[in-house]
Design a protein around this ligand. Structure first.
Ligand SMILES: NC(=O)c1ccc[n+]([C@@H]2O[C@H](COP(=O)([O-])OP(=O)(O)OC[C@H]3O[C@@H](n4cnc5c(N)ncnc54)[C@H](O)[C@@H]3O)[C@@H](O)[C@H]2O)c1
Length: 345
């Protein structure tokens, strides 16, 4: 097992990679614990949950809304969870976002931790302390920063993930290689077959490398005032595509990376051979899908992105595998680039 600590102002969050999730009971207080999960995870793993009250939400984005938070808070109150209580989220990014948000506002904040059960949440969502819910169609508009005390990432749980969910997480893993660890990218490139068969040993190593990148970024810039923006590589167009096409998050990010890469080449920041290598890797795992968003929509969707600042946006460009740069550019320039791409198709 590997432990990576995210150190932020006043908090240390331990990410435990390769630990068997069934051991979580030994890390919890003896009483006052509430478990939050979704119905899929509960069906597969619920029998082995520690013996505490379990509150189950519907799987997926539908549960990331204030109504669900209110409903869960009522259940916590009924179960006698007080200020000394502890919330354990067991699930993917949705459950972790809900559990973390609820823990940060219930009685002005109680303790929390996660057992992270999807590849996407193990490599990305459950590290870094961001949580929140959607407001209508605007993703993650309501939320805050709160570091979970610990996160268990057990690659054995990934064996039961549906194919689409697994590959969605792989896209975020590849993103992490592009933004900050060339070696991670190359290991993925050179181990296609082991990745397809979800080799637990390899996955534990890759998850550790990805968490290492995210932990060092978050430890330096928890609240996204600067460096943390690099984590959004592929996400500007990705979020628009996710909303318009209803792709799974990682697939939308893969398409967003495809666009960000060609924007980077067009700006002269990324050599063509590096861009081809990235695109080939995404294609080799069938992560790229047709993703045209009509021009009439792209501007509207980008304007709803909470990363917009006035008429500008921070855009993450690739400079090479393992190196990116962030530039504040006019939103219109991003829309114009997209218009040019559509016209040339
Ligand atoms: N807080 C952050 O920093 C951050 C970062 C990235 C993404 N996110 C959020 O994460 C969410 C996406 O996370 P996700 O992709 O994990 O989605 P998810 O939580 O909806 O899980 C995907 C599906 O897999 C099922 N599942 C989970 N674990 C399983 C397992 N071990 N075996 C079988 N099925 C399992 C779930 O029931 C669900 O149907 C989005 O809401 C996104 O906004 C948050």
């Amino acid at each position: 097992m590997e432990k990576i600590s995210v150190k932020t102002e006043g908090a240390v969050s331990d990410i435990l990679i390769g630990m068997k999730w069934e051991g979580v009971g030994n890390m919890l207080p003896g009483s006052g614990v509430a478990i939050i999960t979704d119905s899929n995870v509960n069906r597969i793993y619920g029998e082995k949950f520690p013996d505490f009250p379990v509150f189950v939400v519907k799987p997926g984005e539908v549960s990331k809304k204030l109504e669900d938070i209110e409903f869960l808070a009522e259940r916590l109150l009924e179960s006698g969870i007080d200020r000394s209580g502890f919330i354990l989220g067991i699930g993917g990014g949705v459950v972790c976002d809900i559990a973390g948000f609820l823990a940060s506002i219930y009685m002005r904040g109680i303790r929390c931790a996660y057992v992270s059960s999807t590849l996407l949440s193990q490599v990305d969502a459950s590290t870094g302390g961001k949580n929140g819910v959607n407001l209508g169609s605007t993703k993650n508009l309501l939320g805050c920063f709160r570091q979970p005390e610990f996160v268990i990432c057990d690659p054995a749980m990934l064996q039961t993930l549906p194919e689409e969910e697994y590959f969605s997480g792989l896209a975020e893993l590849i993103k992490t290689g592009i933004i900050g660890n060339r070696k991670l990218f190359e290991i993925i490139e050179n181990n296609h077959e082991r990745i397809i068969r979800r080799d637990a040993e390899l996955l534990a190593m890759l998850i550790s490398m990805a968490v290492g990148v995210k932990a060092s970024v978050v430890s330096e810039d928890e609240k996204e005032g600067g460096l943390r923006r690099i984590l959004n590589f592929g996400h500007t167009f990705g979020h628009a595509i996710e909303l318009y096409k209803s792709f799974r998050h990682g697939y939308a990010v893969a398409s967003g990376m495809e666009l960000a890469i060609s924007f980077s080449v067009a700006k002269g920041y990324l050599p063509v051979d590096e861009s081809e290598r990235i695109l080939n890797l995404l294609k080799s795992f069938k992560l790229l899908r047709r993703h045209e968003v009509p021009l009439s929509q792209i501007g509207v969707l980008l304007r709803h992105d909470k990363k917009k600042i006035g008429d500008d946006m921070y855009f993450v460009f690739a400079q090479g595998i393992g190196k990116v740069t962030v530039e504040k550019i006019p939103l219109n320039e991003i829309i114009e680039f997209y218009r040019g791409g559509l016209a040339s198709r």
